[in-house]
Design a protein. Structure first.
Length: 183
């Protein structure tokens, strides 16, 4: 896939997805996994987890990571430019022309609808990830994460680090047990 093709894919995603990076996840999946077949489903979710763990906007991280994976530095630059250009243009447009209309009932109603659709898109992304990882271990991690976030108001960074360390530790223990059992 050419850098230009990557640019236009990410431009389309950036231009027609409201609500930020999490709302873009189903669109990224449709474009890169289902339509163009340039990323395998397993690799898509692994990449998504990595990009969520890095500082910065998930859409930019995802664009840079996948663009680099597919076309090197040129692909990373083209993908990032494509995904941020629509937001930049929209912010510029709002700042210059539409700022005085923000409190109009029509605009408020539009953005209320957009916010609700973003919740649905985020739920869909979470549901798809849940379906891929519904083992006992996956359900345990989800339960621990929810209890840390909701019950103890833990900071999300602490939760992500804890889940990563717990996952790594359990994988290491499992590998040792399997190795010992094969002797």
């Amino acid at each position: 896939m050419s850098a230009w093709k990557l640019f236009f894919i990410y431009l389309k995603v950036g231009a027609f997805t409201f609500g930020g990076g999490y709302a873009m996840i189903p669109v990224f999946e449709r474009e890169l996994v289902m339509k163009h077949h340039v990323i395998k489903p397993e690799s898509f979710y692994d990449t998504l987890v990595i990009c969520q763990s890095l500082p910065g906007a998930i859409a930019v991280n995802f664009a840079a990571f996948t663009g680099y994976k597919l076309r090197g530095y040129t692909g990373a630059f083209a993908s990032v430019l494509g995904v941020i250009l629509p937001s930049f243009a929209m912010i510029l447009l709002v700042a210059v022309f539409l700022f005085r209309f923000v409190e109009e009932p029509l605009f408020e109603a539009f953005f209320k609808g957009v916010r609700l659709s973003v919740v649905a898109l985020m739920f869909l992304a979470g549901w798809k990830m849940f379906k891929r990882h519904r083992s006992g271990f996956g359900l345990f991690i989800i339960a621990i994460t929810l209890s840390m976030l909701l019950g103890f108001s833990a900071h999300p960074i602490i939760v992500v680090v804890f889940a990563g360390v717990f996952g790594y530790t359990s994988l290491t223990v499992k590998a040792v047990v399997n190795h010992d059992a094969s002797r």
